[in-house]
Design a binder for this molecule. Structure first.
Ligand code: FE2
Ligand code: FE2
Length: 268
């Protein structure tokens, strides 16, 4: 059975390059896609201010009218004690959600630190994550989302955006059979595969805070029987471009991502 997931990130209400037109485009495009799940990987706001959070909560209501939405905070959301508003208006900062079909476990982590751009998961959250993954049945597709990068991403400039404890986290993901890791942060879309896990970074869907030749975009993931397709959607034009595909095998009780093919992200 086909499952469609939209990963959107770095909306940045309050940012001077935020575009209402891009936001409206994204909303319309997502509505037309009619996905099963929407995952937002942080930086809903720019400075963590209440008025930015109010705008984010309005967008969230609009997205929730389409389907279920799972959201984690980013470094910008933690500015100016903004996580108080996150908890009141958006939801929990770390969570385990089982989707309505029962086939997906979505685990959210808070990688933000107050008023700094660096990210980490920290020992307590790591222990919590392990115990939650232990309880998750093997047949479920395990998706973990947090804001900062797990792995280095090309075209992000000086590399300082990886979690301070990414190695420890990577170990847990591999040991516990996590299938997908979804991140945002530097507004550069990317897909890597490591062991049997796909790590997917989303660009910024709604701003022109863009590096190099990237464009406003978000990710579109289709999980079909035996196949996974990763597409990049240009928010400006709606153009959808394939960036990777994987084949999936259900081995006994376990769900495994096996062979894969990446398309170049540098081509037009
Ligand atoms: Fe951002
Ligand atoms: Fe960020």
């Amino acid at each position: 059975m086909e499952k469609k997931i939209i990963q959107i990130s770095d909306i940045h209400f309050g940012e001077k390059t935020f575009s209402q037109d891009l936001k409206n485009n994204a909303l319309k495009q997502i509505e037309d896609e009619n996905p099963d799940l929407i995952i937002m990987s942080g930086d809903l706001t720019t400075n963590g201010y209440l008025h930015e959070y109010n705008d984010a909560a309005t967008l969230l209501d609009e997205l929730r009218a389409i389907t279920e939405v799972h959201i984690v905070p980013g470094n910008h959301d933690a500015r100016n004690v903004g996580l108080i508003h996150f908890e009141k208006l958006i939801g929990e900062r770390k969570f385990v959600h089982i989707d309505k079909s029962g086939g997906f476990a979505i685990l959210g982590l808070d990688s933000s630190e107050p008023d700094i751009n660096d990210g980490q998961i920290g020992t307590d959250q790591l222990l919590w994550l392990k115990s939650e993954l232990e309880k998750t049945p093997d047949h479920m597709c395990k998706i973990v989302t947090f804001h900062h990068h797990l792995l280095p991403i090309p075209q992000t400039g000086r590399e300082r955006n990886i979690l301070l404890d990414s190695g420890d986290l990577l170990r847990v993901f591999i040991d516990y059979g996590v299938d997908f890791v979804l991140n945002g942060h530097k507004h550069v879309p990317n897909v890597w595969m490591i062991e049997n896990m796909v790590t997917l970074n989303s660009g910024t869907a709604t701003t022109r805070k863009l590096r190099g030749e990237t464009y406003p975009s978000y990710n579109h993931l289709i999980i079909d029987d035996g196949e996974i397709y990763v597409n990049l959607i240009n928010t400006e034009t709606g153009y959808k471009r394939k960036i990777a595909n994987y084949s999936v095998k259900v081995d006994g009780k376990e769900y495994n991502i096996c062979s894969y093919k990446h398309e170049s992200l540098q081509s037009p």
